[in-house]
Design a protein around this ligand. Sequence first.
Ligand code: FAD
Length: 641
Amino acid sequence: MLYPQNFDVIVVGGGHAGTEAALAAARMGCKTLLLSHNIETLGQMSCNPSIGGIGKGHLVKEVDAMGGAMALATDKGGIQFRILNSSKGPAVRATRAQADRILYKAAIRDILENQPNLWLFQQAVDDLMVEGDRVVGAVTQVGIKFRGRTVVLTAGTFLDGKIHVGLDNYAAGRAGDPPAVTLSSRLKELQLPQGRLKTGTPPRIDGRSIDFSQCEEQPGDGMPGGVNEGILPVFSFMGHVAMHPTQMPCWITHTNARTHEIIRSGFDRSPMFTGKIDGVGPRYCPSVEDKINRFADKESHQIFLEPEGLTTNEYYPNGISTSLPFDIQYDLVRSIRGLENAHILRPGYAIEYDYFDPRALKSSFETRQIHGLFFAGQINGTTGYEEAAAQGMFAGINAALQCREQEAWVPRRDEAYLGVLVDDLITKGVTEPYRMFTSRAEFRLQLREDNADMRLTEAARNMGLIDDARWDAFSRKRDAVSRETERLKSTWVNPRNLPAEESERVLGKAIDHEYNLFELLRRPNVGYADLTQMNGGKYASPDVSRETLGDLSEAVIEQVDIAAKYSGYIDRQKDEVERAAHFEKLRLPAELDYMQVAALSFEVRQKLQKHRPETLGQASRISGVTPAAISLLMVHLKKGG
Ligand code: FAD
């Protein structure tokens, strides 16, 4: 049957990429259809029940700054919040939350079901409708044909998914869900470049069988006994503490020599070590057998016992992801302190799945081969909910822009972690599941969690992604930051008007000439509150008080303080950004035949011909394309080649 309505954007897959893609396209006014296997699993966390962390939290804040759902759903489902690296510089500070799976999913579904322009439909998609070199829709398992101007594919770990437990394996998208085998074959027929990756998950444990008295308690920030008691962190710009449900602690235990012995005894039945698994797994997130194999000298590994929710006894033992046979899993879990009587609710497993080489995507995430077809999430070789959500929102935006016949939106590497993610994927591809780290961003000083809104909300508003309430709150914050910065820069403190003891108390030592407040705030030991309260509150501003700005006041003060403390570094980074921008602006002709650029080595010519970078900046980041090759290419272009 041909469905009687046509859509602008059809999103296939309702995971973290798919839900953000569908929301973004619908918010931009496109008639959007979200097709997924099962409406009950929209926004499901396949693995660990947590959102954020270093690099990943930055992406969540960016998605949030553009009106996405992940941070808000985390505020509604988060049962433990922490600010990681809180004692380090603001660039690497990151929010992480433990989420109640059920509450998180319910929050995502609520947002989806209340989004105008968005239709949900439960069915497996088995085929894409392609006419010439353009996608025109998707076909479901029972033959329903949905026509759409664009299709965003976000099939996660489901494409030809295969689960391994020991030497046993079976086809699945993740435990309890069917694989997408027919769709995978269809994509292979379309000859999109593809490979296999793998990831894994630990066995889950019934909390009633854990002896918590043998484990170390780890409260979240703001919880009794935790950092900043009484002050719970919040993820979303529009979130507030009152949204958070009851908070719960995590627990810490460790593996030991006996655990390692048990794990080693299962190596001969490990699908990883016996060659049953071909797919490459994430090196930085290894299975426990991989850790024991690679770090044979290490006597113990830390395990976090993370609650899966408020209405379940299930615990996620973070650190013992495994695909060893179940009898080994059973013994290894019971060899761990506190888990001697543990009951396993679900076995751990590894999953292998198809991904597609992201170098075959344009910088908008549209496939080069098939117009109107976009890929986002795990299908592009990444891992992680946050990486998926950011890509989904990005692909949804670009599918919507294409429907509006507008140019693609692609943030630069100095504007957003999203820019780094997209650029890394399309220029370098992946050799293992890609996850975000702050070290991937060369301009990380300006890509902070705290200024994600300042970097992205205006662009999002211009594209139609930001509602009036968020825009109003953002504008008030932005204007207050700029007014307060100006006020500090133009308010002068004269030593004659400042008592010496006051100057020494706040500034460390008496000042000998006139300074403005912004200059004084640059000093590492000078806090905003002390400075503005100096001299009987003479320098305070009613404009940034709680009375005027409510919850926004702390965020405004934070921005002003960071701008002052880091202004030297940030200015230096701005120079680097300007230099790099020169290359980014130089677009390479789409029809350029690199094989004819004789000055380049054969290898470089081949690489450029294959990957067809859109800008000189992108070309410079392809592995093997040297700075010398870039200079030669510039000369060629200047000559009109
Ligand atoms: P998914 O969340 O997989 O969602 C895909 C969606 O598409 C699902 O709703 C599915 O039903 C739907 N779908 C698929 N095919 C079709 C079709 N043909 N028709 C209709 N609907 C379809 N990440 C980490 O960061 N750390 C980890 O340790 C980690 N371990 C993992 C372990 C396992 C076992 C698994 C399965 C995943 C793990 N992940 C881990 C990855 C994380 O779950 C994914 O990165 C993230 O969920 C990807 O989001 P996505 O939206 O791309 O895909």
